[in-house]
Design a protein around this ligand. Structure first.
Ligand SMILES: Cc1cc2nc3c(=O)[nH]c(=O)nc-3n(C[C@H](O)[C@H](O)[C@H](O)COP(=O)(O)OP(=O)(O)OC[C@H]3O[C@@H](n4cnc5c(N)ncnc54)[C@H](O)[C@@H]3O)c2cc1C
Length: 411
């Protein structure tokens, strides 16, 4: 089959690119290895699809900030929202996070599907791209697992990363591009739950607490977050844990010591915790020590704090020694969880690492190795925090590439 552009991957970036190019009249073949397009989009934002953010500062993308800044220079955030508006999507913001007005991820997929449902677009589902070969006469030949092949002057690789393989992303986008000579970093799961070996966790499963978290790698502060922490039987979860997680898999893989220091009561300064405890003792003095935290912590967490401080739960609160009060204050302000790893790609929302950014021209998303080849989204060494940053990067990159392709495309 001969066409103008082959898009590998019918996910966020692939569908946005397809919609934008189809509008310009290009004949497109969209190749998706799953039996339907956009499966991952439906799971994003807990089924609500947090597609962007009111604050799209490129600095949030860490080491990739310079690259992202150039992409957002060509396609500013308001243009991405304008694109979705043109497709028919109304959006709403919640604490800066932008969602479809319906609060249903299916609305995002519906408008994208509607936009690609055109005569000039052929959607090939249950077809996996296994090789991209530059043709001697210019353009590319894409080999499909089924044995079929496709030819086009333009190829967009939007096959995602390695996170959430059950949603189609098995890392094959990286393979396709490295076979062509592109360089890739190691890849790691990010925006993912963390595993800990702390003995208290089994009893804390399901307990939530507002906490301040500091991730330490070999004793050095790597990052901090404040928010709701969820204890699980394997470790910890919650948005603030996800935000810290990009540092973990690489550090653990390198044999470094990783720990999470949890301040369970950030509202009270650590130095003020002993006087705070004295107040609690005045309030609950004759009651057993476990009652000291009534109205502050979940009972299971109160028991875990006492165990951590080596204090019997039935010891009358007024009998706590000065040393025991100091131990309690420490257990509250700095519960140390040894971190043994992450829940892996199966549970991760994004991939840290990918095709190196020096192989791609940020103002067009074009490969620097081949004319006509474009690389988008999570296949690249770009990952953002929770908050709509990863979908936004996928969409903005897609629109950036489409501008460049439309400019060079001649019928
Ligand atoms: C549970 C979950 C929740 C998330 N929530 C959010 C959120 O609310 N906000 C946010 O910004 N980000 C969120 N993300 C991250 C976001 O979904 C991704 O970063 C984004 O989808 C990446 O877009 P992409 O187009 O690069 O890749 P994907 O959307 O992953 O699409 C890649 C597509 O390529 C297909 N494919 C792969 N290999 C091949 C091949 N060889 N041939 C053909 N097809 C192939 C895959 O099946 C897939 O459909 C979430 C991720 C997950 C897993």
């Amino acid at each position: 089959m001969h066409t103008d552009c082959i898009i590998l991957g019918g996910g966020a970036a692939g569908l946005a690119a397809c919609a934008a190019l189809a509008e310009k009249g290009l004949r497109i073949a969209l190749v998706e290895r799953l039996d339907r397009i956009g499966k991952k989009i439906l799971s994003t934002g807990n089924g609500r699809c947090n597609l962007s953010n009111a604050d799209m500062n490129p600095e949030y993308y860490g080491e990739a900030a310079g690259f992202v800044s150039k992409v957002y220079g060509v396609t500013p955030p308001r243009e991405v929202l304008g694109f979705f508006e043109r497709l028919g999507l109304m959006t709403t913001a919640e604490e800066g996070r932008i969602y479809p007005r319906t609060m249903a991820a299916s609305s995002v997929l519906d408008v994208l599907r509607n936009a690609v449902d055109r005569e000039n677009v052929t959607v090939l589902t249950s077809e996996k791209a296994v090789a991209v070969t530059p043709s001697r006469r210019g353009g590319f030949c894409v080999q499909l697992e089924s044995g079929d092949s496709l030819m086009a002057p333009f190829v967009i690789c939007a096959a995602g990363g390695s996170a959430a393989p059950s949603m189609g992303t098995d890392g094959s986008g990286l393979e396709l591009l490295t076979q062509l000579g592109h360089s890739a970093t190691n890849v790691y799961p990010a925006l993912v739950q963390l595993k800990s070996s702390h003995r208290a966790l089994k009893s804390l499963k399901g307990v939530r607490v507002q906490a301040e978290l500091t991730l330490l790698i070999d004793g050095e502060n790597a990052a901090s977050e404040t928010g709701e922490l969820l204890f699980t039987d394997y470790g910890v979860s919650g948005v603030c844990v996800f935000q810290l997680s990009r540092h973990v898999a690489m550090a653990v893989g390198d044999g470094r010591t990783v720990s999470l220091h949890v301040n369970l009561l950030p509202e009270v300064l650590p130095a003020a915790l002993c006087p705070w405890l004295e107040n609690r003792i005045r309030l609950f003095g004759n009651a057993p020590a476990e009652k000291l935290f009534t109205g502050v912590f979940h009972r299971l967490l109160a028991l875990a704090i006492l165990r951590e401080a080596g204090i019997a739960q039935d010891l009358p609160a007024h009998m706590l020694s000065a040393g025991q009060k100091t131990a309690l204050a420490h257990a509250i302000s700095c519960l140390v969880l040894p971190i043994t790893g992450t829940q892996g790609f199966a549970q991760a929302q994004v991939t840290r690492g990918g095709i190196v950014l020096s192989d791609v021209e940020a103002s067009t998303m074009a490969s620097r190795l081949y004319d006509g080849l474009y690389i988008l989204g999570e296949t690249l060494d770009v990952d953002g925090p929770c908050g709509g940053y990863n979908l936004h990067f996928a969409f903005a990159g897609a629109l950036t590439a489409c501008k460049a392709i439309s400019e060079t495309f001649t019928k």
